[in-house]
Design a protein around this ligand. Structure first.
Ligand SMILES: [Mg+2]
Length: 229
């Protein structure tokens, strides 16, 4: 019986995409606007919907609407997966931590990410990480512009799938940005912040994270902190 839900962020928490995320947004933009963007995409823990909308605004391009934007993001993600596999990597300790937690029948692992579902799957599959997650219990950048909605949505999906109640006592978000921290706090989940992105340990604490890890390279420590034991 499942009694604990872990919701992992993807970029800079599980993997380093080495610029491929920004390449995906630029490629999607180019497909829709028939020219590359003048201003580079700004990401920082935002959802794909919000990132793309801001690009259309800052580049003065009419917003083509979400269905076409979603299609363009999927096409760009599929096109850039081989490059991601080549230049990106799994962050220290991540695979081993996922593997250890995966052996526990009472814990389900999924993702809460600003990526659309298809590109989250593409990124995890690039490094053979997809088998650790129940992707149907997650929430994605196509579901809402606002990351705060995603934690609540993932909990509701997991509750339906596992016939369990998930609240702040048994739900943990693992993420690398102040937006992950805020989304966890407002979405009714505990947060374990990891300083493997651009935000420092002190910035993550200032955003409200009580538990901050430098990275996951100390496997046993990371597993026990994430499981809250
Ligand atoms: Mg991230």
């Amino acid at each position: 019986m499942v009694s604990q839900l872990l919701l992992w962020d993807v970029d800079h928490t599980l993997i380093e995409n080495s610029g491929i995320s920004k390449a995906i947004y630029s490629s999607a933009f180019s497909r829709l606007a028939s020219r590359p963007p003048i201003n580079p995409p700004i990401t920082a823990g935002m959802t794909d919907r919000l990132i793309m909308r801001k690009m259309f605004v800052s580049d003065s391009v009419p917003d083509p609407g979400w269905p076409r934007t979603d299609d363009a993001l999927q096409a760009a993600g599929a096109e850039l997966q081989p490059k991601l596999r080549e230049v990106g990597y799994v962050l220290p300790g991540v695979r081993e931590v996922l593997k250890q937690i995966h052996t526990r029948a009472e814990v389900v692992q999924s993702v809460v990410t600003g990526n659309i579902a298809q590109n989250a799957a593409i990124k995890l599959a690039a490094f053979a990480l997809e088998g650790f997650f129940d992707m149907a219990a997650g929430a994605y950048g196509g579901d809402s512009e606002d990351r705060h909605d995603l934690v609540r949505l993932a909990k509701a999906r997991a509750e339906r799938l596992y016939n369990a109640v998930f609240d702040e006592s048994n739900t943990t978000v693992i993420g690398d940005t102040p937006r992950d921290v805020e989304a966890a706090c407002q979405g009714g989940a505990r947060i374990v912040a990891v300083a493997t992105g651009v935000d420092s340990e002190s910035e993550l604490r200032a955003a409200g994270a009580n538990v901050v890890l430098r990275d996951l390279s100390d496997i046993d420590h990371a597993v026990s902190v994430i499981l809250g034991r």
